[in-house]
Design a protein around this ligand. Structure first.
Ligand code: ATP
Ligand code: MG
Length: 287
């Protein structure tokens, strides 16, 4: 049976030139972005999207120019969290303008175009072959989004990644070494074990891993104004820098569900924690 490596040439499709041309259009479109940061984990449900959105808010409050690309096409969260569900993608003279939050964060999320009652469907050429097409179609779509939207001059473009340790590495490979990684874990051995695999896999590539954030590091009780233990496991050790811990605060979850930004809850334990992580992230990027 012939394999991918046996294919000689491109059969006249100019596919390699086309890919190279698209890569160069993407690089041009991102030339005004100072830092590209992917927020990943490997583990699902640990708060990647929550931290992406609220770190973006904390950075925006410092006057930085921020955009978010929700790369979780099948399970997008940013449209809801950022309050841009139903926002229109408005074509400009060359590129498409990003929907913006009230405080000026540009957000691309599939959740703006596909209602939660529908799933994103990557059509497959043959029955039983959707797994072959999925990654190809997904990354082709990511490339199209990167080249079609107006990113402009930004201090940070944050990518909210889907779960999956092996997929995290695919994003690193696709986005290239300009993109640094911020990993999210929670203080459970189950989560730490998966995130450790992402760290191991990323260490083989050229992308910088800035460190990790420990989310849900405790439970913030409003009645007693104290952070109490949430998980029995000790804090995670991942052999990379820890950029901070963020407690679980039911109010933060409520803000996420309602698409309300952090600016409406300053001075809280979770607000302070997020601000400290934002500071550490900036220092790490400038280092
Ligand atoms: N520190 C926190 N305090 C309160 N709620 C939180 C916190 N972190 C995350 N959550 C809530 O936990 C849920 C899961 O978070 P989120 O969707 O950000 O995880 P995720 O890692 O992006 O998940 P996925 O792997 O599906 O993309 C959400 O409902 C979110 O509001
Ligand atoms: Mg998510």
């Amino acid at each position: 049976m012939k394999s991918y490596h046996d294919i000689v040439g491109d059969g006249g499709s100019r596919i390699l030139e086309q890919v190279a041309e698209q890569r160069s259009r993407i690089a041009d479109g991102l030339a005004g972005v100072r830092h590209l940061v992917a927020v990943g984990s490997g583990k699902g449900g640990v708060g990647k999207s929550t931290l992406t959105m609220h770190l973006a808010n904390a950075l925006r409050a410092r006057g930085l120019r921020i955009a978010i690309l929700d790369a979780d096409f099948n399970g997008p969260s940013q449209a809801r969290m950022a309050g841009v569900q139903g926002a229109l993608f408005v074509p400009g003279s060359h590129k498409v303008s990003l929907p913006r939050t009230k405080n000026g964060i540009g957000v691309f999320s599939m959740g703006s175009v596909i209602p939660e009652s529908e799933a994103l469907d990557f059509e497959s050429a043959a029955h039983g072959e959707s797994h072959t097409w999925r990654a190809t179609r997904e990354f082709a779509l990511l490339a199209e989004i990167l080249e079609s939207f107006e990113w402009g001059a930004l201090d940070l473009l944050l990518f909210d990644l889907p779960p999956g340790a092996e997929r995290t590495v695919q994003y690193a490979d696709f986005l290239g070494p300009r993109t640094s990684f911020l990993l999210v874990t929670i203080p459970s051995e189950v989560a730490r074990g998966v995130v450790a695999r992402s760290v191991a896999a990323l260490s083989k590539g050229a992308n910088r891993v800035l460190g990790y954030v420990e989310n849900m590091s405790g439970y913030y009780c409003r009645d007693c104004n104290a952070v109490k233990p949430l998980f029995a496991s000790p804090p995670a050790r991942l052999g990379i820098p820890c950029l901070g811990s963020v407690p679980f605060d039911p109010e933060l979850a409520r803000h996420c569900d309602g698409g309300m930004p952090l600016v409406e809850m300053p001075g809280t334990a979770v607000g302070r924690a997020l601000d400290q992580v934002a500071q550490q992230l900036l220092e790490s990027l400038e280092r």
